[in-house]
Write a protein that binds this ligand. Structure first.
Ligand SMILES: [Zn+2]
Length: 293
């Protein structure tokens, strides 16, 4: 039997399309992209709708849509959370204020996976920030990866794969994500957006609300539009901060605060299925405050 060739698709997309699912994956790279890919992949694993999965329409997809994520605590619990409220999808990362993912978190995950799955389909556990697994936790995880429970996949997400033991890495199918290399400010496709953003300081409140309203409608294209808006705005802001700090009496506090707001907006859009129009609104108001008029 020959495996169909799916040109241009990454390992995860090919896995979902061909239903050739491995028991462990390692996604490595900077930024939110690997994390978001992990989230969509595990949602795709439990999706019961039509390909491409996740379909975003079936009951499983509705359940796996992320609400406000539950804060974890590596010493007292909760030790893990679910993706949305889908009981067959687990998510582990560092607890609030913890520097490491603790052994108890892996143990609790292991206990949970000993129980019968709720659905008939697959189960999956994402270990985000896997480079922060402490030594003990890596040993415990390794033992699980050596004898994974049936129909269960593990997805490790890390900035640097080298932060994990070779024995853990060797159990996983690997996918690396490259940093965004395109310089958005030199991209002619964005010239109109760049011009508008540079002048956002002069736009009044109704004008900003109208602008944000351009990101209404179907979520996927609207969210993609807001992602571009945030990326380009971050590049402009970065450029302005770099220029400003060379001046003796530079005041960059507001700009830095806005930088953080844009980062939060990108995170919200990627992880929480936030409303794109609302995210755009928040970003545009922050940018207006940051821009020198
Ligand atoms: Zn679905």
């Amino acid at each position: 039997m020959t495996e169909p060739v799916h040109a241009g698709l990454n390992l995860l997309e090919r896995s979902l399309l061909s239903d050739r699912i491995y028991s462990a994956y390692l996604l490595a790279g900077p930024g939110d992209a690997p994390r978001e890919a992990a989230r969509q992949f595990v949602r795709g694993l439990v999706c019961t709708g039509e390909s491409p999965r996740p379909c975003d329409e079936c009951t499983a997809c509705r359940r796996s849509t992320d609400a406000e994520p539950l804060a974890l605590d590596g010493s007292k619990g909760p030790y893990y959370r679910h993706v949305g409220d889908h009981s067959d999808l687990y998510w582990v990362e560092r607890g609030t204020g913890d520097t490491r993912i603790r052994i108890d978190q892996i143990r609790e995950l292991q206990n949970a996976l000993r129980l019968q799955p709720e659905g008939e389909g697959r189960r999956a556990a994402v270990i985000a920030e896997a480079e922060w697994l402490n030594d003990e936790a890596q040993s415990a995880l390794l033992r699980i990866l050596e004898e994974p429970p049936p129909r269960t996949s593990f997805v490790l997400v890390t900035t640097h794969a080298a932060g994990l033991r070779a024995t853990v890495r060797s159990r996983c199918q690997k996918l690396s994500f490259q940093p965004e290399e395109v310089n958005d400010l030199k991209d002619p496709e964005h010239s109109e957006l760049i011009q508008r953003l540079r002048e956002v300081g002069q736009v009044n409140v109704p004008g900003l609300l109208d602008w944000a309203e351009e990101y209404r409608g179907a979520r996927a294209p609207a969210a993609a539009g807001v992602q571009t808006l945030l990326r380009v705005a971050t590049s402009i802001l970065h450029e302005q901060i770099s220029t400003a700090v060379r001046q003796p009496d530079a005041e960059v506090d507001t700009a830095l605060q806005t930088f953080k707001t844009l980062h939060d907006c990108r995170k919200a859009l990627a992880q929480r299925n936030a409303n794109p129009q609302m995210v755009a609104e928040r970003a545009l108001f922050a940018l207006r405050d940051a821009w020198p008029t």
